[in-house]
Design a protein around this ligand. Structure first.
Ligand code: ATP
Length: 347
């Protein structure tokens, strides 16, 4: 069974600028955890601290019973796959994969056996003698993964390993990575700013903003139940509706709306994702808003529609558009904001 990771109060500043502020979380052994956040939020720095490429100013990190930060980088049962793969250009695929094993002075028969396993695991057998420059981006990415995995790390750190791939290949590699992780049962910690990637591969997502973890949970939990404006906006592209509470309802730019739960605040923000808003020709019963369509964008599998008041964004399926006899700017419609999808945010 793979070891779990326990991170407690990790902080880091560069010069006087705080980059990580008391980051704490735990990953269970065999869990696939993703740190998701925009560029500059500190996720790479956190990964580099785990890998031993950067020192923390404060905090502790344990892998199982081991104090990870007390071990030198090369003694940590941890491997990292970097964004640029960092393959050795003068070594063949198989020698790249063998490199870490040979530098740990594993007996050559063991090296051969593990490299063969790595080649097979990542379907690289035919490419074993190729040089890195003779490989596609996706193949190089698989070599980098094989090279890390043959070391049989307790924890695999992945720093945006798919970002150099084009969209189609990236989707394939993401699925492959998820299947591989489930099969091996190794603890994976991925860093990405791509929310679709995070949703697809992860058991749990930790959403990072400005050096802190804002919210963590299963993909469906953070997507469907964001707690802050940042998470609602970053993950679901939600409509944010600032307002003032009036009893159990909230006065917003769209009028008086009744959310699923009563807000604990007097002024605050409601959120609703574009696909949760219904568009009707007949006035809905609850949270009905009279609106005029202002912009329409056809995107093949869906339509993006903007409405006044509030410049609300709504996504509609082709059949929903058909049900209301088409969408065009200037058309008057009723918006239906189901109370259960209208979320009360904490901030
Ligand atoms: P990206 O997705 O762009 O890599 P990130 O979330 O991984 O972003 P980090 O690379 O961890 O972010 O960087 C966090 C902040 O720390 C950034 O503002 C960055 O400019 C700063 N930073 C990172 N490394 C250093 C360094 N060695 N010296 C000074 N500042 C640094």
């Amino acid at each position: 069974m793979a070891e779990g990771l326990t991170v407690n109060g990790v902080s880091k500043a560069f010069a006087a600028t705080p980059v990580l502020q008391e980051v704490s979380f735990a990953a269970q052994g065999g869990e696939f955890v993703t740190l998701l956040g925009p560029s500059g939020c500190g996720k790479t720095t956190l990964l580099r601290i785990f890998g031993g490429f950067e020192l923390a100013d404060a905090g502790s990190v344990r892998l199982g019973q081991n104090d990870l930060l007390a071990l030198p980088a090369n003694r940590r049962p941890v491997n990292t796959v970097f964004q640029n793969y960092a393959l050795f250009p003068h070594l063949s695929v198989q020698d790249n994969i063998a490199f870490g094993l040979r530098s740990r002075r594993l007996a050559e028969p063991d090296v051969t056996r593990r490299v063969a396993g790595g080649l097979e695991m990542l379907r690289l057998g035919e490419l074993a003698r190729r040089m890195p420059h003779q490989l596609s981006g996706g193949q190089r990415q698989r070599v980098a993964l094989a090279r890390a995995l043959v070391n049989e790390p307790e924890l695999l750190l992945l720093d945006e390993p798919m970002s150099a791939l084009d969209a189609q290949l990236r989707a394939e590699v993401q699925l492959e990575l998820k299947r591989l992780q489930r099969r091996l049962g190794t603890t994976f910690l991925l860093v990405t700013h791509d929310q679709d990637e995070a949703m697809l591969v992860s058991d749990r997502i930790l959403v990072m903003n400005r050096g802190r973890i804002e919210q963590g949970g299963a993909p469906a939990e953070v997507f469907e139940r964001p707690r802050t404006r940042f998470v609602a906006d970053f993950l679901g592209d939600a409509n944010l509706l600032p307002g003032t509470r009036e009893g159990a309802a909230v006065r917003t730019a769209l009028g008086l709306l009744r959310p699923g739960t009563v807000p604990g605040w007097t002024t605050g923000t409601l959120a609703i994702r574009p696909e949760q808003i219904g568009v009707e020709l007949v006035k809905p019963q609850e949270n009905a808003v009279a609106a005029t369509i202002s912009e329409v964008h056809y995107l093949g599998t869906r339509w993006d529609v903007y409405c006044a008041p509030g410049n609300v964004r709504i996504t509609l399926s082709p059949s929903e558009v058909e049900d209301i006899g088409g969408v065009s700017p200037g058309k008057s419609v009723w918006l239906d904001l189901p109370a259960n999808d209208l979320l009360v945010l904490d901030d």
